[in-house]
Design a protein around this ligand. Structure first.
Ligand code: PRP
Length: 216
């Protein structure tokens, strides 16, 4: 039997995802060993294998069929714009994509000033400012610690993820506008959805049932 390959996002989402997979009987103890440098893990009995990838790469693996299924944040799905099916909202990893900055930047946004926007999500920022707000801005791509940008004068505002809001608070910044809600999603390769239909739909059904039971 062909292995069903599942791509997981490294980091915070991985642990919750592994717990959930365990609830539906898909276990992989080897993967929990934090000291291991192994990249791919298999459960031979079930004919399933997993690998961990950087968030932004998960939709890429899924679009090309290197993974049949992926689990990643809605932020990554929106940013990458890959051809794939988004099939389940897992409901964890909840946070918001927001325009943030010092309170004073609110006026600049209101008057559609030509401002600079620093972000790890240039496509989401572009779509929001150009297509939804019809506002011309300069987008500056950064790779992390985005909250630094307005503090040191690189940009007037940022587009970033807000979870608890503590990073913003501790740096004198605030949410100025909300773009969208985010959470972890299950994505499926378009060909796998047909070729592996039985196995994929069974997994989707089991995951949904398990989530429902968790919510009760
Ligand atoms: C994310 C995000 C914010 C922070 C928000 O960064 O970019 O900086 O979390 O969380 P909070 O509202 O609970 O403070 P992450 O820790 O993933 O790392 P990064 O700064 O390197 O992107």
């Amino acid at each position: 039997m062909r292995y069903l390959t599942i791509a997981l996002t490294k980091g915070r989402l991985a642990y919750r995802t592994l717990d959930l997979l365990e609830q539906v009987g898909i276990t992989c103890d080897e993967m929990k060993d934090k000291n291991s440098r192994k990249l791919i893990f298999a459960n031979d009995e079930l004919g399933v294998r997993f690998f961990l990838a950087k968030a932004n790469d998960v939709p890429t693996y899924v679009e090309y069929g290197a993974a049949d299924i992926g689990i990643c944040g809605k932020d990554t799905i929106l940013e990458e714009g890959r051809k794939l099916y988004e099939v389940i909202d897992l409901g964890f990893g909840r946070c918001r994509m927001c325009v943030c900055g010092p309170q004073a930047a609110k006026e600049l946004l209101k008057h559609h000033q030509l401002i600079r926007v620093a972000t790890k999500y240039p496509n989401i920022a572009k779509d929001y400012f150009y297509n939804k707000k019809h506002q011309t801005v300069e987008i500056i791509k950064l790779n992390g610690s985005i909250e630094l940008a307005p503090l040191v004068g690189l940009s007037e505002v940022i587009v970033d993820i807000v979870e608890t809001g503590s990073t913003l608070r501790e740096n004198g910044l605030t949410v100025l506008e909300e773009i969208c809600d985010l959470s972890a999603r299950v994505i499926v390769n378009q060909v796998s959805m047909k070729r592996e239909n039985q196995r994929v739909t069974r997994l989707i059904r089991d995951l949904k049932t398990s989530l429902q039971e968790e919510r009760l």
